[in-house]
Design a binder for this molecule. Structure first.
Ligand code: GDP
Length: 177
């Protein structure tokens, strides 16, 4: 971020949620550092990463939080959601259960996060098309019912990752300004 620090107009907190192993950490590191790491869970991750982007002439610092594995123990606390303006709700297009659980994650957000939170539903691992079990149509339908934005990504190839984050940040910017 170098010398852009003092020019930042907004800091937006975004949380990344969803079942274990859907690719939350990899999506975040793809967006923040343009990296994909094949053995990501060997160290305990940092709690959040930041990336500064310009949207409609405003310099926005996205502060993006990762659960760092806590979702395994259902230990995602309300502190995690506090102040979050956006959520990336990730499932794995090759794991039906991770999509079936999306409804629980939406309930969790409705219970613990700000009611104005902008939610992007993300079907990750789009590079594994031959193993797909969740159709795009089902996900679009669910997203429309629930008032969520929707995108399919691949943290591995990088496909759509930046677009999904930018769309989320744009919508947050629209809500706050
Ligand atoms: P998390 O538990 O949700 O944070 O998931 P991780 O980011 O640790 O990823 C879980 C596993 O899925 C790891 O083995 C990753 O290498 C793999 N993975 C993550 N994203 C992708 C992707 O887009 N495509 C493929 N093929 N594998 C992925």
């Amino acid at each position: 971020d170098y010398d852009m620090q003092d020019k930042i107009d907004y800091v937006f907190k975004v949380v990344v949620i969803g079942d274990s192993a859907v690719g939350k950490t990899q999506i975040l590191s793809r967006f923040a550092k343009n990296e994909f790491c094949f053995d990501s869970k060997s160290t305990i991750g940092v709690e959040f990463q930041t990336k500064t982007v310009t949207i409609n002439g405003k310099v926005i610092k996205a502060q993006i939080w990762d659960t760092a594995g806590q979702e395994r123990y259902r230990a995602v606390t309300s502190a995690y959601y506090r102040g979050a303006l956006g959520a990336m709700l990730v499932y794995d297009i090759t794991k039906r259960q991770s999509f079936d659980h999306v409804v629980r994650w939406v309930e969790e957000l409705r219970a613990h996060a700000d009611s104005a939170i902008v939610i992007m539903l993300v079907g990750n691992k789009g590079d594994l098309e031959d193993q797909r079990v969740v159709s795009s149509e089902d996900a679009v339908e669910f997203a429309e019912e629930q008032g969520l934005f929707f995108s399919e990504t691949s943290a591995l190839s990088g496909q759509n990752v930046e677009t999904a984050f930018l769309k989320l940040l744009e919508e947050i910017n629209r809500v706050v300004s």
